[in-house]
Design a protein around this ligand. Structure first.
Ligand code: HEC
Length: 315
């Protein structure tokens, strides 16, 4: 009497196709990792390399063509979107990115249809290669893992926020701290020289127009107040611990200092010279006052531009 098992084996031998299928079933269930224990746990697979490549391309696109208007360094980023270099945050915003579906992603549509970067952007529209990379990145699920080098670059781009530009030195003495605190009144104090010097110019124009000496007295009063407040404001500006590096800031700083010196000279001229209407001294003072009003206005504009950007009066 034969065993059933043997019968089964005999049948198998007669049907090689079935035999191969059975062997393949067992072979497939063997985990290769149990055979080779020392395989590195996280090898770079083709798909992570692909993701890294796409993420790098998108990072470079964002840095070269979007960061100027949507960067963390801007006090007022365009469209209230100021974190373009924070890929994780961009990817998580479902209004912009639908992972694995570029056609439903507003961010892709904007770039693909050349709405972004805007027409006035200096960098020009995104190239086809850049659009393809952005699409690939979204299709891969919008990953945010970057190379170490780019992580460092990303950190410096994200850190450049105006609020963090202000130096907070833990080792500063009480005296230094007090000086920096007083310096914070710089922005508030700028209103005085701007308004008073412009009012002095108005008063001087009325003196010239009406030929009434009372306006001369008025100019003198406004000029003394405006000039001294200009000196006070410039001094507060130097006390201010703002450590900007932009050209706008540098220009503001030195033009502001020059404005204060100029205003002081005008005060000197008005006080020490007897400048009646019609004298050469009066004409000189008038010209100097006009220049002072221009200087204080330009300095004030640049001061605003440090906070709000040069384009803050754009229509
Ligand atoms: C020259 C400046 C400029 C550049 C460069 C620029 N943008 Fe914009 N972006 C804008 C302006 C302005 C708006 C606001 C438009 C509006 O509200 O109609 C905007 C809005 C957006 C918005 C929509 C924000 C929202 O929620 O309404 C997204 C997304 C965007 N930009 C993405 C990009 C990307 C991606 C790039 C780079 C490929 C880019 N932008 C480059 C100026 C720019």
């Amino acid at each position: 009497m034969r065993f059933r098992g043997l019968l089964f084996l005999e049948n198998l031998m007669q049907h090689p196709v079935v035999l191969i299928a059975v062997l393949a079933f067992f072979a497939g269930s063997i985990n290769p990792c149990t055979l080779a224990q020392d395989v590195p746990p996280k090898e770079l697979t083709a798909s992570t390399a692909e993701a890294l490549l796409a993420t790098t391309a998108v990072f470079e696109l964002f840095e070269s063509k979007c960061n100027d208007c949507h960067g963390a360094h801007l006090a007022r980023p365009k469209g209230k979107f100021g974190y373009v270099m924070d890929l994780k945050r961009v990817a998580e915003n479902d209004e912009y990115v639908v992972p694995r579906d570029a056609t439903k992603s507003e961010l892709f549509r904007l770039v693909n249809e050349d709405e972004m970067p805007g027409k006035e952007a200096k960098c020009g529209a995104a190239t086809t290669a850049e659009k393809v990379a952005l699409r690939a990145w979204i299709q891969l699920g919008a990953p945010h893992q970057l190379s170490d080098q780019l992580i460092a670059r990303q950190a410096s781009l994200l850190e450049a926020h105006p609020a963090t530009v202000k130096q907070t030195n833990k080792n500063e003495s009480l005296f230094e701290k007090a000086i920096a605190w007083i310096g914070r009144f710089h922005a508030a104090s700028t209103h005085f020289p701007i308004a008073l010097l412009l009012a002095a110019l108005l008063s001087e124009s009325l003196a010239w127009w009406t030929r009434k000496d009372t306006w001369l007295t008025c100019t003198r009063f406004l000029l003394i107040l405006g000039g001294s407040s200009a000196v006070a404001t410039a001094t507060l500006g130097w006390f201010n611990a703002y450590a900007g590096v932009s050209q706008v800031y540098q220009l503001h700083k030195w033009l502001g200092t020059a404005t204060a010196a100029w205003a002081l000279m005008c005060v000197g001229a008005a006080v020490f010279y007897e400048c009646r209407e019609g004298t050469p001294e009066r004409y000189r003072l008038r010209g100097a006052l006009f220049l002072g009003a221009v200087l204080v206005s330009v300095t004030g504009f640049l001061g605003g531009a440090i906070v709000y950007g040069l384009d803050h009066y754009n229509w």
